[in-house]
Design a binder for this molecule. Sequence first.
Ligand SMILES: Cc1ncc(COP(=O)(O)O)c(C=O)c1O
Ligand SMILES: [Zn+2]
Length: 426
Amino acid sequence: MSCYLAYHCIQCGADHEPAAIVMRCASCGFGALDIKLDLKAAQAHLDPLALGDDPSLWRYGPLLPVDVPTGPSSPLTTVGGTPLFAAPRASERLGLGPIWLKDDGRLPSGSLKDRASAVVVARAIELGIDRVATASTGNAGVALAAMAGAAGLRASVFVPASAPAAKIAQLGIFGAELFLVDGNYDDAFRLCEQACETLGWYSRNTGRNPFTVEGKKTVSYEICEQLTREAADTKNDAPWRAPDRIFVSVGDGNIITGVHKGLRDLLELGWIDRMPKLMGVQADGSAAIAHAFDAGTEIIEPVRAQTLADSIAADNPSDGLRALRAATETGGRYLKVSDQAIVDAIRQLGRDAAVFAEPAAAAAYAGLEKWAASDNSNPDETIVVLITGNGLKDVPAAQRATCAPDAITPTLAALQERLQQTKESA
Ligand SMILES: Cc1ncc(COP(=O)(O)O)c(C=O)c1O
Ligand SMILES: [Zn+2]
């Protein structure tokens, strides 16, 4: 059962035939496309308080625009169900209310992008497509390679040659057809789009393929469903409980767009009773959307992106408008954080909550720290920080946040000497 009705253009409002492969609105020529769902029909198949035992994102099958994969479980069916857990030490340190971390660094390929790739690959299978292509700063390509490969499809991936070594290694391991591009992410994106148009490949590109948002939105479903379970004692008028605020790292803007879409679905279904404020966090050196937010305009001027957080480096965010609206339409905002604040947040997140995040993921936490120190913070709110990628993907960045001590000889005397030195320098 699929509740998928049509594509809907966010610029001119035109609807388009659901069966076609469409990446941009054919009426106005440029609008990004939302997937329009018949939520009322889907609701008839779902009880929000009894969704069954499947922990993966396919537990929300009727709310997804693709058929749930059938047959024996496969890697495609292992995506989703990441933990949401409290970080009481962070709440205390920052003088805030409950802070919850949603750790998508624990997905199969180590980033939230697995959600999008699982749904795009399911769509490709339905369409009988055998090759899917994407440009990526690394994670989206890795996720596509993992999901497509496991489903027997080919993944053609374009990444900047400067991408972190671990991500390039993952691409090799998952069997991607890899094109290392001598340029930045935006160059890789342009080349990949040209390849798709010229060679007829199916594009998974962020901000182009409308189905990525549908995978990413499931993180919002999980957050609200899990928060309901975790805070069962709090009074709530809807079956599920929404947090007051969600912090999300933003590059192209597709993740925050997905988070917003998921929450809009839940509000329309009546499963939550209010819209959380969405807090987009960008690196100072890659802040095209944040600049537009600050200027109060929907015109997003490209920048020359420069940040150590490679996954959120985007000159011209490909989903900028929807990402901007995710904040403006929810009463949230955009924050900018420095690379140093991101490095500090990697360390702080590890110490507060045993989470090892890659720089782009830690940016959301740096945003929380910045907000907590501002006059706008509110200790009565329930906050969620989305952790979008695993720290093992970029160990050199983590090494900037900490330094390993010199080795000691394996004797008790050497250990005692070291303990003495540590005591003296404390
Ligand atoms: C770990 C991580 N965090 C955040 C982002 C930003 O997502 P988006 O480009 O959709 O804004 C990405 C995108 O690659 C990512 O891999
Ligand atoms: Zn349009």
